[in-house]
Design a protein around this ligand. Sequence first.
Ligand SMILES: NC(=O)c1ccc[n+]([C@@H]2O[C@H](COP(=O)([O-])OP(=O)(O)OC[C@H]3O[C@@H](n4cnc5c(N)ncnc54)[C@H](O)[C@@H]3O)[C@@H](O)[C@H]2O)c1
Length: 494
Amino acid sequence: MAVFEEIVDENGVYKFFYDGVWRKSSSGKSVTIINPTTRKPHFRVQACTQEEVNKVVETAKLAQKSWAKTPLWKRAELLHKAAAILKEQKAPIAECLVKEIAKPAKDAVTEVVRSGDLVSYCAEEGVRILGEGKLLVSDSFPGNERTKYCLTSKIPLGVVLAIPPFNYPVNLAVSKIAPALIAGNSIVLKPPTQGAVAALHMVHCFHLAGFPKGLISCVTGKGSEIGDFLTMHPSINCISFTGGDTGISISKKAGMIPLQMELGGKDACIILEDADLDLAAANIVKGGFSYSGQRCTAVKVALVMESVADTLVEKVKAKVAKLTVGAPEDDCDITPVVTESSANFIEGLVMDAKQKAATFCQEYKREGNLIWPLLLDNVLPDMRIAWEEPFGPVLPVIRINSVEEGIHHCNASNFGLQGCVFTRDINKAILISDAMETGTVQINSAPSRGPDHFPFQGLKDSGIGSQGITNSINMMTKIKSTVINLPTPSYTVG
Ligand SMILES: NC(=O)c1ccc[n+]([C@@H]2O[C@H](COP(=O)([O-])OP(=O)(O)OC[C@H]3O[C@@H](n4cnc5c(N)ncnc54)[C@H](O)[C@@H]3O)[C@@H](O)[C@H]2O)c1
């Protein structure tokens, strides 16, 4: 497409972006992106060098200084422009998502539109919350007269490094980029390999909106070559990361800078005896199998009261049988998982459950990266699938005999992202919500991130900090105080 002509070189390798220009890496090397459906090379991106990362970060540092002095309304105006272009270009970007990460065609379009909406909302929220500060007076603290007026405002951090995961490479990139920019920071984006080309298209939309040179950069390459170099770079002032355990090692290595970490989950769904079982079954299937289970907030274990387990399992089975399985281009419900190694990992969990005698509600079936949806009943705590995140279309059911047993399983996990409970008794639901050690509990609905302005956070190994538009903007700022000192208390006149 003509709009995106300049982002690709004459050999069909996608360029990286900094200082307002699309460039080829001096490495002369590229990283290949395999289409999960065909398992054949589909795209190539630049393998950037450490010297290039240095240049990118230093340019971002310079650009941030003048961006911080750009009026807030102008920053918002540019974000609104970028959001509009992103939505206009939803078709080519969605097409990349289909080819790179096998996202079903309709969901791919939804991701881009949702991203545009997020950017606009962020611009609006930014002008409100960054335009306000606080006034404190000294005489509220013992021993003080009213001689000091403290004005607090929010100032940017500097250069924000954004690292999104493969499953939402556009949405989870803009959820970092937009708050960073509205708050006056510059951005260095390191997209995931699978999803990099969609992310590069998205960055071009920001470029077309007219942001100043150097403010937004995007480097691509092997995590092993530039990952640590980027996350430990002394000129990076904040890291916003979404992904798996990599985030734990980044947190240990990063310097004294604010971190926003959105990591893995093992979201539990507790189903009580009085639950609306049709509602629960519909949510378990949607929550467990949308995008083939490759969602941080997928239902990853169902904890069902024994007395309703047979009925619920039958209802879930009936719905699983209706899921379509095939290519993302055909908008199937279940599409190939992102890589062959992912598929192998999922298969390992399935084989372990088989060996330990879980009940297979469907036959296990796999062709290449495509794994048919699988419900495993009578899963026991000694099975890996009871604890590990498959990130695939496999859902374990653990039968429980008390609410306490369900809460205990949920809280014994290293993860604490979200959880959900199905019951008609709101009092019980609140008690369970309080007892579950997770960042969010959904009552009578599957876990999910969003709407994007809701706070979203994980406890334990599921993350550091809280995101959601308002929280992300606040997280990407620092408080600055200016104190006006008066020679006499201000209430002595008159
Ligand atoms: N909590 C959330 O909001 C949330 C949302 C989506 C996905 N996730 C989690 O993400 C995981 C799946 O995504 P993934 O497979 O892309 O995760 P991942 O941890 O493998 O990769 C995430 C990102 O880190 C990059 N990376 C890899 N090594 C790096 C290094 N040494 N330094 C810097 N960056 C490096 C990758 O290229 C990618 O961009 C799952 O565990 C899922 O639960 C969490």
